[in-house]
Structures are given as structure tokens and as C-alpha cells.
Design a protein around this ligand. Structure first.
Ligand code: AMP
Length: 112
């Protein structure tokens, strides 16, 4: 989508600190980290949020979780949180599906 911030990051039109990339997804460090490790993993195909996942596009979600497992293992991270906000009330600020990966501090839930 031409006016989507994360589509522009994937296209290289907006700079990002890349963590990983393959044909289906892109991972990059969050610009405003909420934990010592905080990166985002997004599908290259535009999906607005988890609410836009369906039979036709859901394979990329499984792929993204494989990538998250691989990246965290490579980084030696054993305990972490994966978050996806859906809708403005839940704090979604960018309408392109993204999974936050957070680690490096107390990750118990709910936050104290
Ligand atoms: P959410 O608020 O759940 O939609 O998450 C969007 C995330 O994108 C926030 O944590 C922002 O800090 C992050 N973000 C926004 N713009 C950029 C950018 N240009 N590069 C990296 N992360 C960004």
C-alpha cells in the first residue's frame, strides 16, 4: 500500500535497522524500544492487522513465528514476549500487521 509506513520501510523508501529479511517477511528494530530487545516482524504483503488474517494469507503468520523462534534462538534469548495490537483502542498505531518481540527485562504479565 503506497501510503503505509511499514510498506515504505519494506520498499526501502524509509530507513530501518534491519534484523532479518526473507521473501515473506521483514524484521527491524523498533524506533522507540520498550525493552532492551525490541524488534518488529512484519509480512511483506500488506495485511492491516491480525483481524485481516484469513485462509488465504494465514501461512505468513506461521512463517513469522518460525522466524521469531529462529531469531531469538540465534540471539540466545530464552524468555520473551510477542505482542500484536489490533485496533486503535488496543494501541495499534501502524495499520500493517506487526509482531513486537520484547526481551531483556522482567517480562511477566500483566506488567507490574
Ligand atoms: P503499534 O503501536 O502496536 O502499532 O506498534 C507500532 C510500532 O512501530 C511502535 O512501537 C513504534 O515505535 C514503531 N515504529 C513507528 N515508526 C517506526 C519506524 N520508522 N521504524 C521503526 N519502528 C517504528
Amino acid at each position: 500500500m503506497s501510503d503505509c509506513l511499514f510498506c515504505k520501510i519494506i520498499a526501502g523508501d524509509i530507513p530501518s535497522n534491519k534484523v532479518y529479511e526473507d521473501d515473506l517477511c521483514y524484521a527491524f528494530n523498533d524506533i522507540a524500544p520498550q525493552a532492551p530487545v525490541h524488534f518488529l516482524v512484519i509480512p511483506k504483503a500488506h495485511i492491516a492487522s491480525v483481524a485481516g488474517v484469513n485462509e488465504e494469507n494465514s501461512a505468513v503468520v506461521a512463517h513469522i513465528f518460525e522466524v521469531i523462534a529462529k531469531l531469538t534462538k540465534e540471539k540466545g534469548i530464552e524468555s520473551y514476549r510477542v505482542v500484536s495490537n489490533i485496533g486503535e483502542q488496543a494501541g495499534q498505531s501502524v495499520p500493517h500487521l506487526h509482531f513486537h518481540v520484547l526481551a531483556g527485562r522482567d517480562m511477566t504479565w500483566p506488567p507490574g
